[in-house]
Every structure is written in C-alpha cells, then in structure tokens.
Design a binder for this molecule. Structure first.
Ligand code: PLP
Length: 487
C-alpha cells in the first residue's frame, strides 16, 4: 500500500520513484528532448513557488506513475462487463476497483469512474437526470439506444422536451461554477436557468431565500456546490428545499471532495447521503489524477452508467487506474489527518488576513479556501494576482459577490490550502503566508493607463518581490515537494 502523509508523500519510496522518473525522462528525451526538459522544469517551478490555487494539489508518485502505462492504448467504450470493444478484461478490473473504492470511501451505493473531468461528470449527471426524470415518449428508452440508432423523430422529441427543463444553481459571482447554469456554458443553454446567490450583507447562503427562489422557479434540478464559496453548506437543508418542489438534488463537490473523503464534512455537511447525484473532480482536494467521478442513488445509476458513449468518449483507462490508486490512498487513516489539516490551515490563513486588517468575503472560512477582497488595497484582482506572481506566490483572481470589476479583472483573490498542506505546511506557515501576501499587496499601487487608472497595470515597490521570494523560499525548502525525489 502506498504511504502518504500530510508531511510530504511517498518518502518511503523516494529512491524508487527517483529511479522511475529518471528512466522515464531518458526514454522521452530520446524522442523529444524539449518535452523532457519542460517536464523537469515544471517540477522545478512547482517546487519553488507557493501554490495557493484552491483547485490544485500534488498527487503522489504512485498516482502519477500509474497514468503512464499501456492502459492508455486500450479502447473500452461501455461499462464493466459490457464493452463495445473486445479484450477489456483488465480495464474491467481497473474500472471495477476504482468504482469500489469510490463507493466505500464515500458510502455511495453506485459510482461511475469514467468522466474525463469535472465538467464531463456534470454533463453525464445532467443527462442521467433528464433521462430518468423527463417523461416523454421514449426519453428513458433513448438512453438505452446507441446514439447512432436515434431517429430524427427521436432527436426532435428530445429537443422539444429538454428545452423546457429548469435548473437552479449557485451564481458564479457568489462562488458557483460555470457548469451550474451560467449563461455562456452549455448548462445555461440546455436548461432554463435561474441562480441563487448569497446574503448581500453576510456573504453566507441564506436558506430561506434559496427556498423562496426554488418555490417560485420550481426547477427540475437543484444544484449545490461551489468553486469559490468559503463556507460549508447544509446539504440536508438543501435536500428538503429540493424535495418541496420535487427537484432532483445534485451536489457538485469538485472542490471539497477531499474534505468529504477525510470526514471533515460529516452529517448534514456530507452531500452523499442527501443528494440524488453527486459529481466531483478527482484532482483537487481529493489529490488524485486529473479526472471526474459521479456517485448516484440506485434510481439514477442505470442512466449514469450510459455516460459512455452517450456523453463521453472512450474511457481513459490509465486515468481510471490512477483514480483507483488515489482513492485507495484516500481510504487510509493518514488522509483524514491530511483533510483536517487542510481545514485547520485555511482557518489559520484566514485569521492571518483578518488580524492584518485584510477584508475577507464572509469574514473568514470553514472549508479549504479563503476569498480575499482586494479592493481594500485599492487593487483589482488582476493587479493583485500579477503582483503576487511576481513575488513567487501563485493564486488566481476571482470575482467577489456583486463584483464592481466584473468577471475578467475581478476584485478578489482566491486562496486554497490543499496543495501546500500536502507539502507539510501547518498553521504557523499559513500565518506567515498571510503576512507575505499582505506585504506584497500593501506595496502594490495601481498604475495609470492611457485613459486614467488602469485595472491591469500596477507598480510593486522596489525590493518587495525579492524580499518575499526569499521568505517564501525558506518556507518551501523546509517543506519540500516530493522529498528525496531527484531527477
Ligand atoms: C473545477 C470544477 C469543475 C470542473 O472540473 P474540470 O475537471 O476542470 O472539468 C466543475 N465543478 C466545480 C464546482 C469545480 O470547482
């Protein structure tokens, strides 16, 4: 079994992993040396920056190595035991194991390990809910036909019925994801959509307001889950709201699946017992390979199972294998320690900002992310993101509720703790991170553009970037990424 701990991963097999990567890079080098070089440089860059992007992490060498095999060469459309291709016996083993680990880890009755990404998982889920719920002559049956066998009349009936469906999710500017009905995304085109937001005073979800909006709109699907909301969600309450109008309750836990897996979110905060369908990525707080998963109740399972070829291309069997490895890791007791540290560290980061008078959306956090309102520094998110990057701090700009600077320049910076917690950062290190961020932003000034103040240009006071880079380097050296791994 692979060993992972909050303090770096795979220490026990660093020598073996080093050998494996050195050999792999030599093989790659013999064909395209520039790719080997970029691969080396990517590790070097990741080792030498403070990665605070809330959706990123560092997967273990076991997870990463699992992806580089001949499972990549196999076609396996269909499901375990029912493939459109021959000779899928080993893919069956892989997919069945990934699904079993997912069911056991999350306490789900059914798991689908094929989605190539979080967005794909959501598309599979939406299709499955429509195919299960929409009563049309034939829609449920359409799901059982091969897509090539649908007649023009089938498609006509499909378009007419699907066009009338309603979906409600959290708005993008209050922390929702673009696949939850945002207009420029396909989810906002294939559904009539309306969004719920947060309380303008507190920034928290106001369940009475959500209930009122749901009662009025009567969606077929109510979606909970977020990418930039720094608080926990009461999924039991959301389910009650969905039940009132007979909506299917779907939770997209892409960001916080690691906190669910690590039992930081339990009871009403665990989406799995409350939702009909749960989707996730596997590469964020869950610390697996880049990919997606769908969990579902028995009712929705048969339709989710048709994800490929209804919605997805051929499964990425090498990635499913890596999902199985990552999920096996997440079932170890060490993963709970890790998940708790992710939440504790976010708390420390938020406290570090608050005690230095920086303004946070909702005033703090109780999950893995912190959303800093940078208007108090007189900056846009774009300026703050760039100044931090100059200083070796990797973050992303993010809209805040009712953002005065819109979705491109924004007024917020989102910070997450999953990645640096994997490196071994603790509460003290995250307090120091808050100090460094505040130091950069306090020394950044918006610069003038051709027509007045610019939303993109800025100046950073002399010496700040070097000073902060040096301080960050100390933290990074004390908590190495892939300790012992040498290329
Ligand atoms: C990241 C994210 C996704 C998309 O995941 P991809 O793997 O990039 O497709 C979907 N939903 C939520 C809530 C996310 O945070």
């Amino acid at each position: 079994m692979t060993a992972t701990s909050a303090k770096g991963q795979g220490i026990e097999y660093a020598d073996t992993a080093s050998e494996a990567y050195r050999a792999a890079l030599r093989v790659i080098e013999s064909v395209e040396p520039r790719i080997a070089e970029a691969t080396r440089k990517e590790l070097d860059d990741q080792r030498h920056s403070l990665k605070l992007i809330a959706s990123e992490n560092y997967a273990s060498p076991a997870v990463l190595l699992t992806m580089g095999t001949w499972f990549s060469d196999k076609y396996a459309e269909g499901t375990v035991g029912h493939r459109f291709y021959a000779a899928c016996q080993n893919v069956d083993t892989v997919e069945a194991l990934a699904a079993e680990h997912a069911r056991e880890l999350f306490g789900a009755s059914y798991a689908y390990a094929q989605p190539h990404s979080g967005i794909d998982a959501n598309l599979v889920a939406y299709w499955a809910i429509l195919a299960t719920r929409v009563e049309t002559p034939g829609l449920a049956e359409l799901g059982s036909k091969h897509i090539n066998d649908l007649s023009e009349a089938d498609w006509e009936s499909l378009r007419a019925k699907l066009g009338n469906q309603k979906l409600m999710g959290m708005s993008l500017d209050t922390g929702g994801h673009l696949t939850h009905g945002f207009r420029p995304n396909i989810s906002g085109k294939m559904f009539h959509q309306r969004q719920y937001g947060t309380n303008p005073e507190t920034g928290f979800i106001d369940y009475d307001a959500v209930a009122a909006a749901v009662r009025e709109f009567k969606p077929l699907i109510l979606v909970a889950g977020y990418s930039a909301y720094p608080r926990r969600v009461n999924f039991a309450k959301m389910r009650e709201i969905a039940d009132e109008v007979g909506a299917t309750f779907m939770v997209d836990m892409a960001h916080f699946a690691g906190l669910v897996a690590g039992k930081v979110f339990t009871g009403d905060e665990d989406p799995v017992p409350h939702a009909h369908v749960v989707t996730t990525t596997t590469h964020k707080s869950l610390r697996g390979p880049r990919g997606g998963l769908v969990l579902a109740t028995e009712e929705y399972a048969p339709a989710v199972d048709k994800g490929c070829p209804m919605v997805l291309g051929g499964p990425l069997s090498h990635v499913m294998a890596a999902k199985a490895v990552a999920l096996a890791e997440a079932r170890q007791p060490e993963f709970r320690t890790y998940a708790q540290a992710v939440a504790d560290n976010a708390q420390s980061l938020a406290d570090g900002f608050v005690k230095r008078d920086a303004s946070l959306v909702t005033g703090g956090t109780d999950n893995h992310l912190v959303l800093l309102d940078v208007t108090s520094f007189g900056l846009t998110g774009r300026q703050a993101e760039s100044a931090l990057l100059d200083s070796g701090i990797v973050t992303n700009r993010n809209a805040i509720p009712a953002d005065p600077n819109g979705a491109w320049y924004t007024s917020g910076i989102r910070f997450g703790t999953p990645a640096l917690t994997t490196r071994g950062f603790g509460a003290d290190e995250f307090d120091r991170v808050a100090e460094l961020v505040v130091e950069v932003l306090s020394n950044t000034q918006p610069a003038a553009g051709p027509n007045g103040p610019s939303k993109a240009k800025y100046t950073l006071a002399d010496g700040t970037a070097d000073r902060v880079r040096a301080a960050a380097a100390e933290l990074l050296e004390a908590n190495p990424l892939y300790p012992g791994l040498t290329l």
